[in-house]
Design a protein around this ligand. Structure first.
Ligand code: SF4
Length: 310
């Protein structure tokens, strides 16, 4: 069998930063450190941090007053920020700066008194966080059909923002439908959304013509990992999301099979390498990696943790 690794894949700068924030908080303040929601959507990362003294909670009400509490990379609503203050928590915000940029953009449109459309999946923590930064009603949608059915107050005063980890192609279609139906709608440049989402999807598209099966290392609740897997499905390829090498089912493979391998933005490279090792055991003899877009994006740590950064 032959394995082609998509490049780039795996950790993005926002995930790197979020994990480093939790690790530094553990070093500096000691366990337990509380994290609201999963810091990033990866089972392995979450279990590793849990074993080191991190307590993941779904609500700030579960956090003892005054405790060190980290907000996940997906961002939080104004209500959560207010609740954190009320409980006098020592908050460290690991929201990815690219998500914060979406919050600020949405708030700028709100100041212009525009009705807001959020292109994204309802219920995802990032979408709920962004929705919760806006006082007025927000329309959350993710398909062209939903655009066609949308009822708005004033078609002349609309704006949209998007979830950072959507399918770049789907988002383009939705935005085109919005612009067709509401020609004066305002919105950010699509290319500005998230470099990592775009690059990982481009990298998978670059290999799908030359493979017969796609594996994506990532957890089931990881939005961007699911979008990568869908790229394989759309090409008609059997495509599987695996947490690690233990999820590989030998019945998926046969001699001579051409396999593509990628990883979502929240999946560590160590897991990719374990998957590669297991594929070798299952008969992969040729493992190659394509040259891809070089990524040099890094984000600064929050000021309260930056002084000992290196
Ligand atoms: S996928 Fe993009 S928006 Fe999400 S954490 Fe990574 S860099 Fe930030």
């Amino acid at each position: 069998m032959r394995v082609t690794l998509a490049n780039p894949r795996g950790f993005c700068a926002g995930v790197d930063r979020a994990i480093e924030i939790v690790e530094r908080a553990l070093e500096r303040y000691g366990a337990p450190v509380y994290v609201l929601h999963e810091i990033v959507h990866n089972r392995y990362v979450v279990e590793d941090l849990r074993a080191r003294g991190v307590r993941f909670v779904d609500s700030l009400d579960e956090v003892p007053r005054g405790s060190v509490t980290i907000y996940s990379a997906h961002g939080v609503s104004d209500e959560v920020v207010a609740r954190g203050r009320e409980r006098e928590l020592r908050v460290i915000d690991a929201t990815c700066p690219l998500v914060t940029k979406v919050h600020l953009q949405a708030q700028a449109y709100e100041r212009e008194e525009r009705e807001l459309i959020l292109v994204g999946h309802p219920g995802h923590p990032e979408v709920e966080g962004t929705r919760g930064r806006i006082r007025g009603p927000v329309h959350v949608l993710s398909t062209v059909e939903e655009v066609e059915r949308l009822v708005v107050h004033d078609p002349e005063r609309l704006a949209y923002v998007t979830q950072t980890t959507l399918s770049v192609d789907d988002t383009r279609h939705v935005v085109e439908a919005l612009t067709r139906r509401f020609p004066s709608i305002r919105g950010p440049e699509l290319k500005d959304i998230c470099y990592a989402t775009q690059n990982r999807q481009n990298a998978v598209k670059a290999i799908t013509d030359d493979i017969e099966l796609l594996l994506v290392v990532g957890s089931k609740n990881s939005s961007n990992s699911n979008r990568l897997r869908e790229l394989g499905n759309r090409k008609g390829l059997p495509s599987y999301l695996v947490d690690d090498e233990r999820d590989l089912d030998p019945s998926w493979f046969r001699p001579g099979l051409r396999i593509g391998l990628s990883a979502g933005a929240s999946a560590p490279e160590s897991l990719v390498q374990k998957v590669v090792a297991r594929l070798r055991e299952l008969g992969a003899s040729d493992v190659r990696e394509l040259p891809g877009e070089t990524e040099s994006v890094t984000f600064r740590l929050p000021p309260e943790l930056e002084s000992d950064a290196h």
